[in-house]
Design a protein around this ligand. Structure first.
Ligand code: UDP
Length: 294
């Protein structure tokens, strides 16, 4: 975070090096269920960042003496792959990775209903495949969605994004060059459902006004991010439905009973009426008959 002003990060029209406005997020894409072995998982692409989150648990904790009698332990393991940055990153866990793992664990523990799973652990693995600034916040965003995918009960999702200072101005979602050259960084984790802040860090020197502007811009960005998280979760269920739903069979029309053929279909055949002859009384005996009788 040099803040040396040697690179013009925002032009006269307020447009940044990557073409964004000061209050604009990088393009975000969240995919659910990318790790089949995990209980829940998500992949986030935010600008050039690519991060995978995998959730396992609630499960038995080892060693057992670390278990908490009244709630689950939330353990996060944030790691940057050696190939995630242009200078090869050492595979050994750094202090920075341990710090990020801890702040993400604490943020998630504030929204997970941990008391439902006493003496267990919920493990969240966060693997950065490609880094371009703001990986801790993007990891927290992905972790939150992966926990929802695992069915872990939470008070709400956490959407996380940083704001920073460039030439004294509050700017949303810094990418790597802005992070290095800017003069301040304020990562935020925010739960829109509760309207609560679950993570807040600050690097650099801010005036009260700059702090307030940065916080407001970060909260607005987190709310936008939250919509993308929700859409990703909804998409998962839309995909499942499409997979399991049996396509409707085309209706086969039953052949109709054959109607009696008439020579001319327009001519309705007349009903044949049987007229019974009226019964007449016995005819009077003729003279000859009388003779016979006699
Ligand atoms: N970085 C790096 N090598 C490291 C650690 C970080 O190149 O060992 C880069 C990476 O691009 C990261 C950025 O520095 O995203 C800023 O790191 P920071 O500690 O501020 O955390 P982040 O902004 O990723 O949350």
């Amino acid at each position: 975070m040099a803040g040396d002003g040697s690179v013009k990060l925002i032009d006269e029209k307020g447009i940044r090096l990557d073409g964004r406005k000061v209050d604009e997020l990088r393009p975000v894409n969240i995919k659910i269920g990318v790790i089949k072995n995990a209980d829940g998982s998500a992949e986030i692409r935010m600008g050039k960042n690519i991060i995978v989150a995998a959730v396992y648990g609630p499960r038995e904790l080892h060693p057992k003496h670390r278990a908490l009698a009244d709630r689950a332990l939330i353990q996060c393991f944030y790691r940057m792959s050696t190939f995630s940055v242009s200078d090869r990153k050492s595979p050994a866990p750094s202090r920075r990775e341990k710090e990020i793992s801890l702040v993400i664990s604490n943020a998630l523990a504030s929204v997970i209903l941990t008391e439902k799973y006493p003496r267990t652990t919920i493990d969240v693995y966060l693997q950065v495949l490609q880094a371009d600034g703001g990986t801790r916040t993007a990891s927290l965003t992905a972790a939150s969605v992966a926990l929802a995918d695992a069915g872990i009960p939470m008070k709400g999702l956490i959407a996380s994004v940083a704001a920073g200072l460039i030439n004294g101005q509050a700017v949303l979602d810094l990418f790597d060059i802005e992070d290095q050259k800017g003069s301040g960084d304020l990562p935020l984790g925010y739960c829109p459902v509760l309207d609560e802040i679950s993570l807040l860090q600050l690097d650099g020197v801010f005036t009260v006004k700059q702090f307030e502007d940065s916080l407001n811009i970060a909260i607005k960005g987190a709310k936008d991010l939250y919509e993308i998280q929700r859409d990703a979760l909804k998409q998962k269920y839309t995909d499942i439905r499409a997979e399991v739903e049996v396509p409707e069979k085309p209706k086969v029309e039953k052949p109709k009973a054959e109607e009696p053929k008439t020579e001319d279909p327009k001519v309705v055949p007349k009903p044949v009426l049987k007229v019974e002859k009226p019964k007449t009384e016995d005819p009077k005996p003729s003279k000859d008959d009388k003779k016979e009788v006699e």
